[in-house]
Each structure stands twice: as structure tokens, then as C-alpha cells.
Design a protein around this ligand. Structure first.
Ligand code: TXA
Ligand code: MG
Length: 314
């Protein structure tokens, strides 16, 4: 299969929507990472998403929608869910809520669970696709399962080129790390740290988020995920000869790549996957990526979560 690269003008967006209507797969830009989009109502399409990624079938997908009203037709919202949606949508927040009985989704999207993950993304090109498609779109990150998430169209082509119909090139993602996932089926739980600082979510809820229960299966909870081909060592203040060193802050003068020379966590989030992709290309199979310490506060928690998984035994 040839994978077309679509420009984000009216004709590119029309083409992306036409492919989705025909039951094809299109990688779409979101503010967090690129997503591999397909019609969430079709078993065949959702099965094709799992197949293209090599993703285990027990790992459910996020449903992308135009607004809160559309999300309320898919999931049951309570006051907490509505407050978070109003505060952070469109934007990098995913809510896991009880599945609405009449949602009309393929059971493969939720992996048979009685809950569903819903999100309203902010990227204008993807908002245009979602509005024109006028149906629920399932979209996991557009990378082979277990690999680093894509933040550019080139990353998508490198990982999934030849296996999907098209990539809509909306430029580099502005957040650079996946959405924060909050579970509201019962107590409010942080299921995956991400592009919105958990503390900002706690301020809207008026209380702390509990940790995820370990029985919930999420790739964000699998030990080895976001894995480069090279080995990864963390909290490296002095790299070894041959390491590709990714720095953070001003004390990493010898680093070939630096997540943020000024120690800014927003900037580091934006650069994380991009630099892991670059470092992986530089280190190659058998090489090592060494990463400087990143403070574990605010967005640093999401960065360290992804780094720990990138470094986990495979
Ligand atoms: O920023 C993002 O969220 C990106 C963009 C493309 O929207 N998407 C993304 O999707 O990161 P993915 O498939 O790579 O991660 C989806 C996460 C997984 O950790 C999955 O287990 C979890 O959402 N998830 C989905 N449905 C769930 C459910 N019903 N209960 C618990 N976790 C769920
Ligand atoms: Mg993913």
C-alpha cells in the first residue's frame, strides 16, 4: 500500500475525510502526538488500526470528538467530568467514563470494557477532519506498538509508511506528549500523566487524584513502552564515551541534544519524543541514549513517566 502525504488545505482535509468514510486509516495531527484515525463504529476499521500498530487487542482506544455535546452521546458525564471538559477541552485531556448504552461504537474500541476514553483535540486540522467526518474517530498514537510516539508526519511515515492510507501533515505537534488520562468511573484517578499538569486538574476537581489501580490495562502502564531501538539510561549527569547524551538545563554543555537549555518543562515536553527519535537514529542498534535528570514536578512527571518506560527492560 502506498501512504499518501496530504497537505492540510481544503483538498487534503477532504481527501482525509473521504478515506475515513471509505473505511481507510489516516494519521492525523493533534496537539499532543499524531493519531492513527479510523471510524470508531466499524469493527473492520478498528481491527485494521490494531493490526497496523501491532497493538495487543486488550488495549482500548481513545474516541476523538468535536465537542462536549458529541462526547455526551458516547459516554455518561457527571458533574466532575463536565467541569473538567469545560476547563480543558479542546485540549490534551482524555476522560475515561461509563460507556453510553447507545454509543454505537465497535466493541473493539473499548476492548469490551464498560468504560470508554473520550477526548476533544485542539489541533485545527484535526478539528476540521472530525467536524466534516461527523462521527466518532478512534485514534491511538500513530506509531508501531511499543515504539516512540510520533510528533511529526515524518515520524509517522518512518514507523507506519506503507501500512496506512495517508498522513495529514499538520506540522510538528505543539504539546509533544500524549494527553493526560483521568478515570472518572468511580474515584477520580490519574491513569496516565500527560500534556496537562495533574495539579491543574486537581484544582478544578477541588481534591487530589488517586493513583491508577494496577489492574487497569493501559500501554501507559506497561513497563516497556515508548522504546527506542537503542538502550536508554536515565539520570545521567556524566555520559560515557559513545553515549548519545540528551541534556536538560544549563549544566549539560556537552550534550548533543538538550530538552531545554533553560530548564523549561514545557519546552522539554515539546522536545521529548522528537529528541528520542533523533537520538535513536544517532545511536542506532546496539548504541546507548543517556538522558540527564529531569525534575519530577509539573509536566516533569509526564516526561519521567515516558522516560522510565523507554528505559525499561524489553
Ligand atoms: O494524546 C493522546 O491521547 C493521543 C492522541 C492521538 O489523541 N492518543 C493516544 O492514544 O495516546 P493511545 O492509544 O496511544 O493511548 C490510549 C490510552 C491507553 O493507555 C489505553 O489503555 C487508555 O488510553 N484507555 C483507553 N480506553 C480506556 C479505558 N476504557 N479504560 C482505561 N484506559 C483506557
Ligand atoms: Mg500510544
Amino acid at each position: 500500500m502506498q501512504t499518501d502525504l496530504l497537505t492540510p488545505d481544503a483538498s487534503g482535509i477532504d481527501r482525509a475525510v473521504a478515506i475515513l468514510r471509505q473505511g481507510g486509516l489516516v494519521a492525523i495531527p493533534t496537539e499532543t502526538v499524531y493519531g492513527l484515525a479510523g471510524d470508531a463504529r466499524s469493527d473492520a476499521v478498528v481491527a485494521a488500526i490494531y493490526a497496523a500498530k501491532g497493538r495487543p487487542g486488550f488495549n482500548p482506544l481513545i474516541v476523538h470528538l468535536p465537542d462536549l455535546a458529541a462526547a455526551e452521546r458516547i459516554a455518561r458525564f457527571d458533574d466532575r467530568a463536565r467541569a473538567l471538559a469545560q476547563a480543558f477541552w479542546p485540549g490534551p485531556l482524555t476522560l475515561v467514563l461509563p460507556l453510553h448504552p447507545g454509543a454505537g461504537l465497535s466493541a473493539l474500541v473499548t476492548a469490551g470494557l464498560s468504560t470508554v476514553a473520550v477526548r476533544v483535540p485542539a489541533h485545527p486540522d484535526t478539528r476540521a477532519v472530525i467536524a466534516a467526518f461527523a462521527g466518532p474517530i478512534a485514534a491511538p498514537s500513530a506509531n508501531p506498538s511499543g515504539r516512540i510516539s510520533p510528533t511529526t508526519a515524518a515520524h509517522v511515515l518512518a514507523g507506519l509508511g506503507g501500512q496506512i492510507d495517508a498522513v495529514l501533515d499538520g506540522g510538528a505537534c505543539s504539546v509533544g506528549i500524549e494527553s493526560t488520562i483521568v478515570g472518572l468511573n468511580g474515584d477520580a484517578r490519574l491513569l496516565r500523566p500527560g500534556g496537562i499538569d495533574a495539579e491543574a486538574i486537581e484544582r478544578v476537581l477541588g481534591h487530589e487524584l488517586l493513583a491508577a489501580e494496577s489492574r487497569i490495562t493501559a500501554p501507559g502502564q506497561m513497563a516497556s513502552h515508548y522504546a527506542p531501538r537503542a538502550a536508554v539510561r536515565l539520570n545521567v549527569e556524566r555520559p560515557l564515551p559513545g553515549d548519545v547524551w540528551i541534556g536538560f538545563g544549563a549544566d549539560c554543555a556537552g550534550a548533543v541534544l538538550n530538552l531545554s537549555p533553560t530548564g523549561n518543562l514545557d519546552e522539554a515536553t515539546l522536545h521529548l519524543f522528537q529528541m528520542l527519535h533523533q537520538a535513536d537514529a544517532m545511536a542506532g542498534q546496539g548504541g546507548t541514549i543517556a538522558v540527564a535528570p529531569v525534575p519530577d514536578k509539573g509536566l516533569g512527571q509526564a516526561i519521567n513517566d515516558r522516560l522510565r518506560r523507554a528505559a525499561a527492560p524489553r
